[in-house]
Design a protein around this ligand. Sequence first.
Ligand code: G3I
Length: 354
Amino acid sequence: MEFLICSRIVGRWLAVAVLAISGPRSLRDAADSAGVLVGAAARPYLFSEAAYSAALAHEFNMVQPENAMKWPDLRPTASGFDFRDGDAVVRFAQAHGMKVRGHCLVWHQYNPEWLTQGHFTPPQLSHLLQEHVSTVMKHYAGLVFAWDVVNEALDENGRFKDSLWYNQPGIGMAGKDFAYVERAFRWAHEADPHALLFYNEAEGEGLNRKSDAVYAMVKDFKHRGVPIDGVGLQLHISRLDLDTAAIAGNIARLTALGVQVHITELDVSLPLDPSGGVSSEDLHRQAEVYRGVVRACLQSPGCTAIQTWGFTDKYSWIGSHSHGTRGAALPFDRAYKPKPAYDAMIEELAGHHK
Ligand code: G3I
């Protein structure tokens, strides 16, 4: 971890010197000066849209498939794997000098019917999960630098959610808390010992029962030598009065355990008027939330990546998820024009010297 911090400090000072003359031309420039990764979740079927590809390549130094490396996309049938869409994200990243983050190997949601309706026994599910983790991570070894190994395993009280993988029927570790998470991380490390392995969570960004449970799990894993390298804080935000001090405190306590933190799914949704518009005041309040999140991350050297969930309001999960009542959550508008949130992110990144 010390080398990471030192190399970032040196790299940042050099980048800052260059930028001090020219000024950041992009989020990517500003992130380079701050020594962090700035990423976006992407949809490979949109790479053929010139404006989408150009903005993604110019503004970000990291990319993550929004869906293309999830179970239904990688394994639509029991008989085989389909890596085409995931490979398209890797090819895009290689063409533009970007890192690739993988998402996600174990999630209670969005699993293919052949799996959820297969009436598999725990031993059969255990074999299927180990086979999935091993096959996918070996396919992307050396190409995907970090993985969300397990996603959203906890409920708001910090208890394990009932799920296919935990206890319905699970992989043989029902009722044993972290055991199935530990098993997934150990399989992931066996498959690709060089990939950074993250636990990714929603609504556990500040200081609450869920983040306390994540902290306890990471502390236990580190104490017992379970291979874990980081925690992903999703930060899907729908309130403009975000307690960024609590987020900074949570990031600090996690990184003090010796793991990295990635902001993994940042978006700040706003109420839409009947014509789908938002107020100028809300756009500026949104910008301050983005600024606060970037600042909370940069306060801890172990917070090494900031990723938004998509990057243009033209393509965001929120519209469909909110039946059109909320949206405008991302740094670029529907015409790929930077919003106040973009300016706030750049200012915070470019102006920050660890
Ligand atoms: O690809 C099919 C298409 O063939 C079909 O015609 C269409 C209509 O049924 O569905 C398409 O699949 C959709 C998929 O996105 C690709 O667009 C699924 O229905 C839809 O459920 C899926 O939603 C994604 C969701 O995760 C579930 O995987 C969202 O785009 C994605 O933004 C969202 O992302 C999650 C993170 O992975 C974890 N954290 C929360 C975050 C938001 O829910």
